[in-house]
Design a binder for this molecule. Structure first.
Ligand code: UFG
Length: 327
């Protein structure tokens, strides 16, 4: 298939684009480089543009005879979405609707969409199944939920086929160390801890150690970025006219903040000082996927099921790219 990857220069998008291309698809990354990196895209495969430029998206879809879109491009800082919701509503909803209009105009009807476990809000119970109510507690999660609903309406009305994949905590880097996680600002736990290991930060701050979890720190379900990528390819292959597929992407294993830091200490051999601070507003104590649906429906099996090999790939990237893509 000819696939347009919006946000293809970003963290998850770049890993997915490369895997798609290795699986034999013709891949084009569409990215405005606000957060993406030129160095994360294969030479000659980057189309620099904004999703709000509908005419450019339509022209791109037509020129490359695109069969399917993988849509990663979005803002994804939960905290910022609370302090500056306008930015999130505009980029994540208006930008995506512009992309969807362009797809209609160009006759493209297959889409794989990056959704998030943040659409569930405070989970009713853990592990989280797809049947749980979606009540996001921040604008970021709400913008993703709105697009899930829009896709469902488009599937019913226009015969679109879509997959909305609800990621838990994307982590790690490509095994060859060429692609990795480079956010500015960085807010994610594993890269921050590894920056301490590299001497770029003095300590890691643990957001709360008296939470209702076994060691008192937050539990998350860390999923390797290449496992996310492979699930996208399986989902894409499943799409027919009217297909509506929504599922969690996680491993089903929870890891606490303290366990992440200990794994980083063991792998890097560096001490990594940690300081405890109050919990971060809006952080649920535990988020773990029930990962059964993706396994059953996509035949998808994550390669990385524990934190150690995930952190090993992240460390390989951070050690060899201390300044990220340096662009
Ligand atoms: N944490 C710390 N110290 C830090 C950074 C994070 O203790 O300096 C903790 C957080 O409290 C959380 C865990 O480490 O418990 C993971 O935090 P991240 O910021 O790495 O990830 P989040 O779980 O907050 O967010 C991720 C994605 C979001 C997505 C969200 C769903 O980054 O895009 O999961 O809840 F919306």
């Amino acid at each position: 298939m000819n696939v347009l990857v919006s946000g293809g220069a970003g963290y998850v998008g770049s890993h997915a684009a490369r895997m798609l291309s290795r699986a034999g698809h013709e891949v084009w990354a569409y990215d405005n480089l606000v957060f993406g990196h030129r160095g994360a895209v294969a030479p000659g495969r980057l189309i620099e543009g904004d999703l709000l430029d509908k005419a450019k998206v339509v022209a791109t879809l037509r020129e490359h005879q695109i069969d399917a879109v993988m849509h990663f491009a979005a803002f994804a800082y939960v905290g910022e979405s609370v302090t500056d919701p306008a930015k999130y509503y505009h980029n994540n909803i208006v930008g995506t609707l512009s992309l969807m209009d362009a797809m209609r105009e160009a006759g493209v009807w297959r889409i794989v969409f990056s959704s998030t476990c943040a659409t569930y809000g405070e989970p009713e119970s853990v592990p989280i199944r797809e049947t749980q109510a979606q009540n996001p507690i921040n604008p970021y999660g709400y913008t993703k939920l709105v697009i899930e609903r829009a896709l469902s309406d488009f599937a019913k009305a226009y015969g679109w086929g879509y997959a909305a994949l609800r990621y838990f905590n994307a982590a790690g880097a490509s095994t060859d160390g060429d692609l990795g996680e480079d956010h500015d600002p960085e807010t994610h736990l594993i890269p921050l801890v590894l920056q301490v290991a590299l001497g770029q930060r003095e300590h890691i701050t643990i957001f709360g150690d008296k939470l209702p979890t076994p060691d008192g720190t937050c539990i998350r379900d860390y999923i390797h970025v290449d496992d996310l990528a492979s699930a996208h390819i399986s989902a894409l292959e499943k799409l027919g006219r009217g297909t509506e597929f929504r599922c969690n992407l996680g491993t089903g294993q929870g890891t606490s903040v303290k366990e992440v830091i200990d794994a980083c200490r063991a792998i890097t051999g560096r001490p990594i000082p940690a300081v405890v601070a109050p919990p971060r507003a809006g952080d649920p104590p535990a988020l773990i996927a029930d990962a059964g649906l993706a396994r059953r429906e996509l035949g998808w099996v994550p390669r990385y099921t524990s934190i150690t090999p995930i952190v090993e790939t992240a460390w390989k990237w951070h050690e060899s790219h201390p300044d990220g893509y340096a662009d």
